[in-house]
Design a binder for this molecule. Structure first.
Ligand code: UDX
Length: 453
């Protein structure tokens, strides 16, 4: 089967590489000639585990090609995926669909023979109807169908998610679209991955509803974590206790500094805007967004309080900048609000992230980026873990204790146990547990002693 994918960003690349690996002949198209020539050489512009080798292998086997040419590959394709960006529109938070509609217009002029056009980009309900209208208007005699096939790819685990999905959602309004998409996903059908055929509008809404629900679940556990701190309960025990109920499920119950990334923040706001357009209310989602935004800012206050209420002139070590591990993506990362607030309060930031520093350097010129966690900890009044990278899970606390100005650790991802950390003389703060445990830090000033007690 011949497939063209419009847009060689995160979703386009992962989908293109995986579909080629299924045995299809895939052409990934992008207007960015610089990006395409890098991709042709096997240089991948994003960090995603396993993606580079998958792309290189399929390039070598000639199942995957990259081009800026639109008309040729789209004309020959049985299926054309639209995988362009749908960022938040400046000013109102609606999903900006200009790239989707532009792609639809260009596809219309390139279509030859029977073709299924599929939106993979996250798009509001009704976008498929508009794509169909545009193509019909531009090319009245074209033989085509429009389908919706949202992606559910987590950064850092995208290839696993593509090849072993919990479900594949396919929104169709015609038999042609259904037949072609069954062929596209044939290897997954054979693997018995659950495939859900729905209407096109339902498929579009499923994507937003899924992300909003997950964002809500995280926000819920974050609020319960705050309550745990007040009532001397432990969020990890509470999460385990509620997550063991199959109706609730144990995933996405990790309390933390708030959700970030390229999807949840953008998609929750876009869902609110869509609902408003239709005169419907999604107040739970509105509240989720408000709580999450406030939470990121509140995290900085926790750090300031932990070091005695004043960070002016002090150094804070930040371990982890990306919004989650195994990605270099900094979009809407909690680190952005937290570092900003700490700097506003006069702190000097020393930061380390295994993959995110290149992106981070574009955001801050006044952060001291260090090449490992130990250099970042040097002379720090507190260390704060913001991203649960694997390499932060086995830190050498003895070494850290010698480097820091004050042995205070704030673990906003709950990757340590209090005993582990406090046995090295560190004061330990984590999310959703009553208070610092273990011995008081030895080399803090009396006012700081008071603050952390
Ligand atoms: C998400 C969806 O999971 C994916 O299906 C969708 O298509 C794209 O958006 P992604 O943004 O890559 O994926 O990351 P995800 O793993 O969902 O995490 C999002 C944010 O929530 C991160 O900031 C993460 O740290 C946070 N999170 C997640 C928590 O704070 N607690 C959790 O229990 C889970």
């Amino acid at each position: 089967m011949k497939i063209a994918i419009i847009g060689s960003g995160y979703v386009g690349l992962v989908s293109g590489a995986c579909l080629a690996d299924f045995g299809h002949t895939v052409t990934c198209i992008d207007k960015d000639a610089f990006k395409i020539s890098a991709l042709k050489r096997g240089d991948i512009p994003i960090f995603e585990p396993g993606l580079e080798s998958l792309i290189v292998r399929n390039l070598q086997d000639e199942r995957l090609t990259f081009t800026t040419d639109f008309a040729g590959p789209v004309g020959e394709a049985d299926a054309v995926f639209i995988a362009v960006g749908t960022p938040s529109r400046r000013g109102d938070g609606h999903a900006d669909l200009c790239h989707v509609y532009e792609a639809a217009r260009e596809i219309a002029h390139a279509l030859r023979g029977s073709t299924v056009v599929i939106t993979k980009s996250t798009v509001p309900v009704g976008t498929g109807d508009e794509v169909e209208r545009i193509i019909r208007e531009e090319c009245p005699h074209a033989d085509f169908a429009v389908a919706s096939n949202p992606e559910f790819l987590r950064e850092g685990a995208a290839i696993q998610d593509f090849k072993h999905p919990d479900r594949i959602v396919i929104g169709v309004e015609s038999d042609l679209a259904r037949q072609v998409l069954m062929q596209v996903y044939r290897p997954l059908f054979l693997n018995k991955s659950p495939v859900l055929f729905t209407s096109r509008r339902s498929a579009e809404l499923i994507k937003y509803a899924a992300n909003a629900f997950l964002a809500m679940k995280i926000t819920f556990i974050n609020e319960i974590a705050d309550l745990c701190e007040k009532v001397n309960a432990d969020i990890q025990e509470v999460a385990l206790g509620i997550g063991s109920d199959n109706r609730i499920g144990s995933k996405f119950l990790h309390a933390g500094p708030g959700f970030g990334g390229s999807c949840f923040p953008k998609d929750t706001v876009a869902l609110i805007k869509s609902a408003q357009d239709y005169g419907s209310s999604v107040r739970l989602v509105e509240t989720t967004v408000a709580i999450n935004d406030a939470r990121k800012r509140a995290m900085a206050r926790r750090i300031i309080e932990a070091v005695g209420g004043n960070v002016r002139g002090k150094t804070i070590a930040i371990f982890g900048l990306t919004f989650k591990p195994n990605t270099d993506d900094m979009r809407e990362a909690p680190s952005i609000s937290i570092i900003q607030a700490l700097q506003d309060a006069g702190a000097h930031i020393q930061a380390y992230d295994p993959k995110g520093m290149e992106q981070a350097r574009m955001l801050w010129s006044d952060v001291a980026f260090r090449s490992n966690p130990y250099d970042a900890a040097e002379n720090a009044s507190a260390i704060c873990i913001l991203t649960e990278w694997e390499q932060f899970r086995a830190l050498d606390f003895k070494r850290l204790a010698k480097l820091v100005a004050t042995p205070i650790m704030l673990d906003f991802r709950n990757i340590y146990s209090a005993d582990e950390v406090t046995s090295h003389g560190f004061a330990y703060f984590r999310i959703g547990a009553a208070s610092r445990t273990g011995p008081a830090p030895t080399n803090v000033s009396p006012s700081e002693q008071e603050a952390v007690a």
